[in-house]
Design a protein around this ligand. Structure first.
Ligand code: NAP
Length: 263
């Protein structure tokens, strides 16, 4: 199987490249290509499947440059869907950022509250209109230890290991997911019927409780403040479980990562 991976040098894409090994075809950067360019690149690669991870994935960067957010997060996915090749695309738990209910949220309860998530939801709807076979994976905040040769953005684990003071809210429910689980389950995700799926760990703890658990587990010197908005991003992952895809819960995922790296 030939799998064309966009964003192959990014945080998620690099791990997916590792997971797929010889099946993976790395896409060139899509930062300056137009629709014709995408069609040409995909025609040359002749893939059976596209896994699309390239994006402007930072919320504040999207707010500062709405035009680039639209191009990267809506137009490029639309152009990829129009090639007719089955696509698995990364979306985000931020589509629940404006939800009023207590959660956990199922796939239908979306209420995006920032430009990034509004563009991601538009991406889902427009690409599904073009090709109903498109799969959208709504990912949580993901973590891993830094990887050689891959840009290292802050993530929950690295922030906890590095920072002296950190804030998490006792009123925020959300999960964090070990990115190696995300990449490890990607072949199964590629077999899903078209649609949007909550794709990651679940978590019954608040972010404050989760952070305190990790601090105590690793005996970290970090000081944790209870601060920040309620802003639940709590996903109900039963839809994907019914399809046979099971993630560890957040604490078990952290335990797995701690074991993998002998932390
Ligand atoms: N990281 C998370 O915790 C998280 C959480 C929820 C959802 N997601 C979603 O998961 C996917 C992968 O996330 P990630 O953290 O791996 O992303 P990332 O590392 O920030 O970016 C992935 C790749 O996107 C490409 N890219 C950046 N700006 C671009 C632009 N303006 N136009 C076209 N391509 C651009 C870059 O590839 P080149 O340098 O080759 O151009 C980059 O390596 C994204 O769709 C993201 O929205 C991520």
């Amino acid at each position: 199987m030939r799998v064309f991976v966009t964003g192959p040098r990014g945080f998620v894409g690099a791990r997916i490249m590792d997971e797929l090994g010889r099946d993976a075809i790395p896409a060139p950067s899509l930062r300056t290509v137009d629709e014709e360019g995408i069609r040409r690149i995909v025609d040359d690669a002749q893939p059976d499947l596209i896994i699309h991870t390239a994006a402007v994935s930072d919320i504040s960067t999207c707010e500062k440059d709405p035009g680039e957010s639209r191009r990267a997060n809506v137009e490029i996915p639309v152009w990829l869907a129009r090639t007719g090749v089955k696509c698995v695309m990364f979306s985000t738990d931020q589509v629940y950022s404006g939800c009023d209910g207590e959660g956990p949220y199922s796939e239908e309860e979306t209420a995006p509250s920032n430009l990034y998530s509004r563009h991601k939801l538009e991406m889902e709807q427009r690409t599904l209109d073009i090709n109903p076979d498109t799969v959208h994976l709504r990912a949580t905040w993901m973590y891993d230890m830094p990887r050689y040769g891959v840009p290292n953005r802050g993530n929950f684990l690295v922030n906890m290991l590095r920072q002296a003071d950190i804030s998490f809210s006792s009123t925020q429910h959300r999960a964090v997911t070990y990115v190696r689980e995300v990449s490890g389950l990607i072949r199964q995700a590629a077999l899903l019927p078209g649609g949007a799926y909550n794709y990651g760990s679940e978590n019954t703890l608040t972010m404050l409780e989760t952070a305190k658990w990790l601090r105590d587990r690793l005996d970290l010197p970090v000081k944790i403040q209870d601060a920040g908005p309620r802003h639940h991003l709590w996903m109900d992952c039963s839809k994907i479980k019914k399809q046979g895809i099971h993630f560890c819960n957040t604490i078990d995922g952290l335990e797995k990562c701690i074991r993998d790296y002998s932390l």
